[in-house]
Design a protein around this ligand. Structure first.
Ligand SMILES: Cc1cc2nc3c(=O)[nH]c(=O)nc-3n(C[C@H](O)[C@H](O)[C@H](O)COP(=O)(O)OP(=O)(O)OC[C@H]3O[C@@H](n4cnc5c(N)ncnc54)[C@H](O)[C@@H]3O)c2cc1C
Length: 493
């Protein structure tokens, strides 16, 4: 296979992972990336000594990372210095009351029973269901392609799925565990990790709360971007070549084959196989000849988006934990506004990340580095959203929520600000509709029903990334890169 060549379009985590597997299998691999640096959504910038992870900030599902690193032939623990984050989050409610999520079950019992007497028993049952769901997803679904409906039967997933109603509505099912609305919120907000509202998500996503408490939330020294750096090192060691600042304008196709890519500067690169890691709906819409698929995809459900603020502060807020989540009591209205109206809720939830709590080097001495993320709807097709107005309103909400935590003067200590809106996600990363997590993970868009990892007509054009199977999240993107690479290698034989 040594003489066969693969062009990977995009140096996101899925693209780099696929490239390593392909190079390890003896193929000649070139990754063509439009940006000047790898990582895609898992980005980083440093300004005046303040270091920001611009996308992911949470290292969750460590067992999945470990198995993906193992599949690359290396040990996760040897490649990344992982530190546990416990308590994982501080949850802050509208009236300022707090709940600290931790894997210390005695502390959890005290806190939960203070909110709703006897509710710790509900948490134990919820964790049991979450463990079951985790096993279905991590062991049965993430690890394989779903090319045919019968694949569900082959893996025995249907039997496992039949227990405990994992496909029922997540939020509705929470009444079986808790009465207090705040507890229902505390163990469903994680659905946002895959860009979904708990009011539309399947109960199987309880696996996210489960893995956080059972397997922990971690922090890789150097921040989340160190995952990208590690993967790029592995890729270079395997012989992968990278071309940065190369914008692919078109995938060159003829009859039922992809021949290579055309770059914006007019250059043409040929290859035996093309693997597109750029967001799949964008690839159909902008890089391939029109065949109706782009239209079909644009009518599918897309995940939500986010407005992110990156602040360099001239003082340090030592009492602000690494991960703080301000949850809204009007939880349902919040998600309806995001999912149905594609807007900014009246009282939005806010996530604040303070990486200097985990690693002093993330900010200059006695100063702070803060990221605030406000989930919002994705771009509407009619272009009716005024993002600079929505961004200003979101900023006011962040300051208001920080005041409920006792931080009154953050605004006065901002040395500089950068911000991203859904327009930024769309233009900077070519994400269709600016949806931060790509195609959403509703039941009708999972497994076999999610777009496959090979083009139906161009038989040597493959896909990897968050909008393909298994879906969004860094370890999952690694899985999708591995699955696509495995298919390429087996089909080239
Ligand atoms: C705000 C935010 C927070 C998140 N938080 C978390 C978290 O805490 N934990 C977690 O695990 N996950 C998180 N995620 C999800 C995670 O970042 C993604 O699922 C993952 O990074 C997707 O990787 P990918 O390889 O599929 O896509 P991408 O990262 O989008 O990579 C695609 C690459 O293709 C390139 N490209 C696009 N078009 C072209 C072109 N025409 N020519 C050449 N190159 C092109 C892009 O520049 C990009 O580098 C978050 C995402 C966001 C946006």
């Amino acid at each position: 296979m040594t003489s066969r060549s693969v062009l990977v379009v995009g140096a996101g985590v899925a693209g780099i992972t696929a490239a390593i597997h392909l190079a390890n299998a003896g193929l000649h691999v070139t990754v063509v990336e439009k940006d000047t640096a790898p990582g895609g959504r898992c980005g980083r910038f440093v300004r005046d000594g303040h270091r920001f992870d611009t996308g992911p900030t949470l290292f969750v599902m460590p067992l999945l990372y470990a198995s993906e690193f193992r599949a690359l032939g290396v040990s996760l623990q040897e490649r990344l210095e992982l530190r546990p984050v416990d308590p994982t989050y501080r949850l802050v409610f509208d009236d300022g009351s707090q709940l600290s999520l931790t894997s210390d079950m005695t502390t959890m019992r005290d806190q939960l029973d203070a909110i709703e007497p006897g509710s710790f028993k509900g948490l134990e049952r919820y964790m049991e269901a979450g463990a079951r769901h985790y096993r279905v997803v991590a062991e049965k679904m993430v690890n394989r392609d779903f090319r045919w409906p019968i694949d569900y039967l082959r893996i025995g997933a249907l039997g496992l799925l039949a227990r405990g109603n994992p496909l029922a509505n997540h939020y509705r099912g929470m009444s079986a565990y808790f009465d207090a609305p705040r507890l229902k919120s505390a163990f469903t907000f994680q659905d946002l990790y895959v860009g979904l509202s708990p009011f539309e998500a399947p109960a199987i996503l309880s696996l996210l709360s489960y893995t956080e408490l059972a397997h922990g939330v971690w922090y890789p020294a150097g921040g989340m971007y160190s995952i990208v750096e590690t993967l790029v090192d592995l890729a270079r060691d395997a012989g992968v070549e990278f071309t940065f600042g190369s914008n692919v304008e078109r995938i060159d196709t003829k009859t039922d084959r992809a021949r290579g890519v055309l770059l914006a500067d007019g250059a043409r690169l040929n290859a035996d196989v093309v693997l597109a890691n750029a967001d799949l709906p964008y690839v159909y819409d902008k890089l391939l000849p029109p065949d109706g698929m782009a239209r079909i995809l644009s009518r599918k459900r897309f995940s939500c988006s986010a407005i992110s603020f990156f602040w360099g502060l001239d003082r340090r807020y030592v009492h602000l934990p690494a991960h703080t989540l301000f949850l809204a009591d009007d939880y349902r209205a919040n998600f309806e506004s995001i999912v149905r109206d594609h807007g900014l809720p009246a009282n939005p939830g806010v996530y604040v990340h303070a990486p200097a709590r985990l690693e002093a080097a993330a900010a200059p001495p006695d100063q702070d580095t803060l990221t605030a993320i406000v989930p919002v709807g994705h771009l509407r097709d009619d272009g009716a959203q005024d993002w600079s107005e929505l961004r200003d309103r979101a900023r006011q909400h962040v300051f208001r929520r920080l005041r409920t935590f006792g931080l009154d003067d953050v605004r006065d200590h901002i040395k500089f600000e950068e911000s991203y809106t859904p327009l930024t996600w769309a233009t900077r990363h070519n994400l269709a509709k600016g949806a931060t997590h790509g195609l959403s993970h509703t039941l009708t868009q999972m497994g076999y029903l999610r777009p496959g990892n090979r083009h139906r007509r161009y038989r040597n054009l493959y896909f990897a990334g968050a909008s393909t199977h298994p879906g969004t999240g860094l370890p999952t993107a690694m899985s999708s890169g591995r699955l696509a690479a495995r298919r390429i290698v087996s089909e080239l034989r």
